[in-house]
Design a protein around this ligand. Structure first.
Ligand code: ZN
Length: 694
């Protein structure tokens, strides 16, 4: 075959394959069989091998996974990647509408003719896709909304994500559906005629129920553990360092947000533009004139969700008009103009096969029911928490009972009732063990409390939980160091406490089975990187009873250094605002304990040091002033506002008293506002507050 002949054939094959991709993924129809399409792909690949000079990055042959990565690069989101607020009832949904109505300063909120746009909400993993000159350039995860991870290579393997977007009217008009869109929505046509250099689209990577079942069948056949739900596999597959694994998972994609301004006026038009460009969008959508229509749509979708080929967990309802949507802005991490109207929790019945106890970080024993596996809304449920002995008594549950289990979102499934008529004769009542199932020490119950504790402070189960806590997100936040790896390190005798983590060497970690060289060096680097830590995180990570995130921040700001905390008296702790008797006692006792003192010394020796950047008060502008926040602020979150006050030397308190200097009142302030008025405390609105903090 001559070169120019090959070139032509390659181009034609690509166009043909892309044509069928679009039909299949975007328009949901098929003109040729899968086998025929595979055969075309095969021919293309062979030709490209012979004439590599004609290979382009957007060729359909380029969907094979590349080489495994060592780590993910970070990607900064130019436009913040928000997540949605939820509504769980019609009442909450209507409250949302009332809220946004208040937000529009015009006499009364009138939804323009475009009304609301409602769409089924896929239960998957959110990603952002950037295109440069029409070619897929960067794909990233949400991360914290501001910075995500670069997962481009993995996303390339997903057939539903176009490697290049339609670059002209001609290409798009091959399909009758697209022609119809152009006729009805001239702005969509206009958008396609004026494509900018950069384009960003967001959407959901998900796994269909069918693929999920076949993956689990395969796992079972190979004697491997089955996956609990499609969302977790989707998330895990996108965040795989080896793109070949992602490729093997047969993931799908729906686009739901067009970030770039292409002249669209409504969210509905965004959907249509994305569709025309080559992105699959969720097929279940409706433009609604009023909220009642959206509720009706939600009911219809809810009734048929079981039969859908993919999992959905609700309906997203948003203000359709783009200008109005933008004007409503963002509250916290979510846009004000949209809400996820969730489907109610799902229930199923199953049998309690056993009740075991789990030991938490503070030594508390939590009874957990082992259930006969049951699928609830596409998720296999095998355990349900029973919280404590009182809850078991309230339910009257016994081992062998048939029970009703409820699952709602990410929450751990719970038993809601027992079907007593189905109780077998040999049903067994649960008793709290007298000895710890892990270390054998005595179990005790503190007076006045519901919980039972393992009395051995060195109990290995407690140590393990403490380590999980120590490396968790809000504590030391060590990348790649989750419970499984902690378990492996403990079980191989490589660590005994958290300080040992910082003494680990690459050779140690490599001994562990399934720990490749690269993974080990990444882990060691991640641990090393975290040796410098802020005081508040450090205090939180110690897992002292009653010391949550907030208290850790209060302590850090009041004392300023660990040295001062170590020598503080019980009274010193009591002086801090918002810290009560029980909490002071707990902190004081922790620092008096000799084992804990040794642990702190060990951490120091291992190179852990506390950075003081966050504590350095930038100015003393607000020194001696106490603030109380109430209501929602528009331009910054409550945490941000608190940080700003503290940075300027001010203090933040939770409750209003005569000692309070200012109450900052945002939207819909609560009872604190009334109290401030009564006590004559100065009230600042957001504008005045912003001016004060500069
Ligand atoms: Zn124990």
């Amino acid at each position: 075959m001559f070169k120019d002949e090959a070139k032509k054939r390659i181009q034609k094959l690509r166009a043909e394959i892309n044509y069928h991709r679009y039909l299949y993924h975007v328009l949901d129809r098929q003109e040729i069989s899968d086998a025929a399409l595979d055969s075309l792909k095969h021919e293309l690949q062979k030709l490209e091998e012979r004439f590599p000079e004609f290979l382009t990055p957007d060729s359909p042959s380029q969907r094979v996974g590349g080489k495994p990565l060592n780590y993910f690069k970070k990607v900064r989101h130019e436009v913040r990647m928000t997540s949605l607020n939820d509504a769980f009832s019609e009442e909450e949904l209507r409250e949302w509408e009332t809220r946004i109505a208040k937000f529009i300063p015009d006499s009364r909120f009138k939804i323009p003719d475009s009304g609301y746009f409602a769409e089924a909400k896929g239960d998957g993993f959110a990603v952002s896709l950037q295109y440069e000159n029409g070619m897929f350039a960067v794909g990233s995860t949400r991360g914290d909304g501001i910075t995500g991870e670069d997962v481009t290579e993995n996303l390339k393997t997903i057939d539903a994500i176009p490697l290049s977007i339609a670059r002209g009217i001609k290409e798009a008009e091959k399909y009758k559906e697209v022609e119809e869109i152009f006729e009805r929505y001239p702005r969509v046509r206009h958008a396609l005629e004026h494509l900018p250099k950069f384009l960003e689209v967001r959407g959901e990577v998900y796994m269909t129920k069918q693929v999920f079942d076949s993956v689990n069948r395969e796992q079972k056949k190979r004697g491997l553990p089955v996956f609990a739900n499609p969302r977790n596999i989707a998330a895990g597959s996108v965040r795989q360092l080896d793109p070949n694994i992602t490729a093997s998972r047969k993931l799908s994609f729906f686009a739901w947000d067009l970030i770039t301004d292409l002249g669209q006026k409504t969210h509905e038009e965004e959907h249509l533009i994305m569709k025309v460009l080559g992105f699959p969008t969720v097929p279940l959508t409706r433009r609604c004139k009023a909220l009642d229509e959206a509720i009706l749509f939600w009911k219809e979708i809810g009734a048929k969700r079981e039969k859908l080929p993919f999992l959905i967990d609700g309906v997203v309802i948003q203000v359709n008009d783009g200008t109005l949507f933008d004007r409503l802005g963002i509250v916290g991490k979510s846009p004000r103009g949209a809400v996820a109207f969730k489907f109610p929790a799902e229930e199923a019945t199953t049998v309690v096969e056993d009740i075991l106890v789990q030991i938490g970080r503070t030594g508390v024993l939590t009874p957990v029911a082992t259930l006969r596996p049951v699928s609830i809304g596409g998720v296999t449920v095998t355990h349900a928490t029973l919280h404590n002995m009182d809850e078991i008594k309230r339910l009257g549950v016994r081992v062998g009972d048939t029970v009703v289990v409820e699952r709602a979102g990410d929450v751990i499934p719970a038993i809601t009732s027992v079907i007593k008529g189905l109780r077998p004769k040999n049903a067994r009542e649960f008793r709290m063990p007298l000895r710890c199932p892990v270390c054998g020490s005595q179990i005790a119950r503190k007076q006045g409390e519901v919980a039972y504790y393992c009395t051995n402070k060195q109990c290995s189960a407690i140590q393990r939980e403490r380590l999980y806590h120590f490396v968790s997100k809000k504590a030391f936040d060590i990348d790649g160091l989750g419970p499984k790896i902690i378990d492996a390190l403990l079980d191989n005798g490589l660590i005994r406490d958290a300080a040992d983590l910082f003494l680990l060497k690459q050779e140690d970690v490599e001994q562990i089975e399934r720990f490749a060289e690269k993974l080990s060096s990444n882990l060691i680097a991640a641990i090393r990187e975290r040796r410098a830590i802020s005081l508040e995180r450090f205090l939180f990570s110690l897992g002292i009873h009653h010391i949550g995130e907030e208290t850790a921040i209060d302590l850090a700001h009041s004392f300023g250094s660990l040295e001062k905390i170590v020598v503080a008296s019980l009274e010193d702790f009591g002086k801090i605002r918002d810290i009560g008797k029980v909490v002071s006692q707990s902190i004081y006792e922790w620092f008096c304990n000799k084992k804990n003192q040794e642990f702190l010394q060990k951490l120091k020796k291992a190179g852990v040091r506390i950075t003081d950047e966050k504590l350095k008060v930038k100015s003393q502008k607000l020194a001696g002033k106490t603030f109380v926040l109430t209501g929602e602020l528009v331009s910054l979150s409550r945490d941000e506002a608190k940080a700003r006050i503290r940075n300027l030397g001010g203090e933040v308190s939770e409750s209003v008293s005569r000692k309070t200097d200012y109450v900052v009142a945002g939207e819909r302030p609560g009872s604190k506002y009334e109290k401030a008025k009564k006590l004559g405390v100065k009230i600042l609105n957001e504008k005045k507050f912003l001016k004060m903090i500069g």
